[in-house]
Write a protein that binds this ligand. Sequence first.
Ligand SMILES: [Zn+2]
Ligand SMILES: [Zn+2]
Length: 252
Amino acid sequence: MRVTVLGASPVRPNPGQACTGYLLDAGSRRYLLDAGSGVIGQLLQHARLETLDAVFLSHAHPDHCLDLICLRQSMAYGPDAPRESPLPVYASRDAIGVLEALGAVFEPEGFWSGWVVWHALEASSQLRLDDLAIRFHSTRHYRECLAMRFEQSGRCLVFGADGGPQASLAEFASGADLLIAEATLDRRERQPDAWGHLSAYEAGLLAATAGAKRLLLTHYFESDGGDLLLDAARQACAIPVELAREGAVLDV
Ligand SMILES: [Zn+2]
Ligand SMILES: [Zn+2]
């Protein structure tokens, strides 16, 4: 598997960058993981839209799903080659409901029809796409949010999405060759309402508890200082830790 960072910003984009989005190359298939604001522009630097095999959305917060609107508009009106079939989009019923409602704001009927095919996910869903096995886990967040575990040819990628400290997430991420974990809170005091996010240190703890082999910090405010975030995560784990930077390519 190969992962390309398309965006690693949290709710407010880092200057000149996109919110959350990752391109996953798995064998001959290409998948988009999350479509936060600004991600489609980044995606177009690496992939043609008609070559995407599916989209997986972790949850219905704008920094993870809003650019699906842009993707639909790009497919409908952009200069790219047409797709042979509608794009499969895997998301929770909650996220599908939000996107359906948003689409209806733009066009009362049929905004999505012919462009995407919804596949509703539960935390217990298990998928197999070719030789790629995919499982999900409900994170500790402010609305339904699914972490994702991708396994192919004995290798494992876990995309932690958004979510606060949770023992079951470490279990879900167990033995990951690459763990993508959020580092939203570092250098700010943990507020009582911040239970739904991790600090960089907590991301490191998660990686250590899970026995992950490599950690990629995502969903961070650049103003927190990349080196400080890396230092904080490294205090909690003894594996290679990197900061997700747009355009970076990681082999899993
Ligand atoms: Zn987020
Ligand atoms: Zn969120």
